[in-house]
Design a binder for this molecule. Structure first.
Ligand SMILES: [Zn+2]
Length: 257
């Protein structure tokens, strides 16, 4: 097994959710939930001390180098959003940092699967250029309840309605995660499409990637009330997504949401 980001060896254990989040956990054992799609699918809940969700697919130089630097650079931006719900303005550089961190974390969650969905060249370009894969969408939202500290799932999505008849069906990837009060929804459609969510979500989520043009007031006025509601909300958001080819979008002057 070689490192999924650089091809180096040997690989060591890397935490899917960084260890600095542990300081926001309540003392004692935690309930963590882990889900796997496809072959051997499962959804299991277990008790752990700290966030011990790991994957052995990253080398030490990546783990202790650029990935660690990314955690350091993201922590100050993320912490107030994870721990509180004070009204704030998220600047454009902060939005990019949050989107980058969400992308990296979603990639790690994908690596816990038997057959990861994201192509390896995207992981390599994240390491070399801190590049968020083309087509990736990241939406941000909030939740008034801080616990459970981490809820995340990875979902494989078939984009049946966007491929021409007879052409290979694109397989996308969706990874919603609730980290304390902060909710992030990472969506990777795998094909060039314009995406809109249903109107009812406008007050609950805001897109932070691709880049917006202004600072973002946060948190949004409408939020799923707790961890369980977050899971339903994340599903409903995904099901509400509409896909348009770039030509269709241009023709109807549709704007991405
Ligand atoms: Zn590496």
């Amino acid at each position: 097994m070689s490192c999924v980001f650089c091809g180096g060896a040997p690989v060591t254990k890397e935490h899917v959710f960084p260890q600095w989040l542990n300081e926001h956990l309540r003392p004692g054992r935690q309930r963590t939930e882990q889900a796997r799609y496809g072959n051997g699918a499962y959804d299991k809940t277990r008790e752990t001390v700290g966030l011990d969700f790991t994957v052995k697919k990253v080398c030490a130089p990546c783990n202790n180098g650029w990935m660690s630097q990314m955690e350091v650079a993201s922590r100050d931006v993320l912490t107030p959003l994870i721990t509180g719900q004070d009204l704030s303005l998220i600047s454009l550089p902060q939005q990019r940092q949050i989107a980058l961190w969400a992308t990296k974390t979603a990639m790690m969650a994908d690596q816990t699967q038997h057959t990861p969905l994201l192509p390896s060249h995207h992981l390599r370009r994240l390491r070399t250029h801190r590049a968020i894969p083309g087509g990736t969408r990241v939406w941000i939202g909030g939740c008034p309840q801080r616990e459970p500290l981490v809820t995340s799932l990875t979902v494989k999505v078939d984009l049946t309605n966007v491929s021409a008849p007879g052409s290979p069906q694109p397989v996308g990837f969706y990874c919603p995660m609730k980290i304390g009060h902060l909710c992030l929804y990472v969506y990777f459609p795998a094909v060039d499409v314009v995406i809109q969510h249903a109107r009812e979500f406008h007050l609950s989520v805001a897109r932070i990637w691709p880049r917006r043009s202004s600072t973002l007031p946060f948190p949004p006025p409408v939020q799923p009330q707790d961890g369980e509601a977050f899971e339903y909300f994340a599903d409903a958001l995904q099901e509400s997504l509409y896909f348009y080819t770039p030509e269709e979008a241009a023709q109807h002057r549709l704007k991405e949401s």
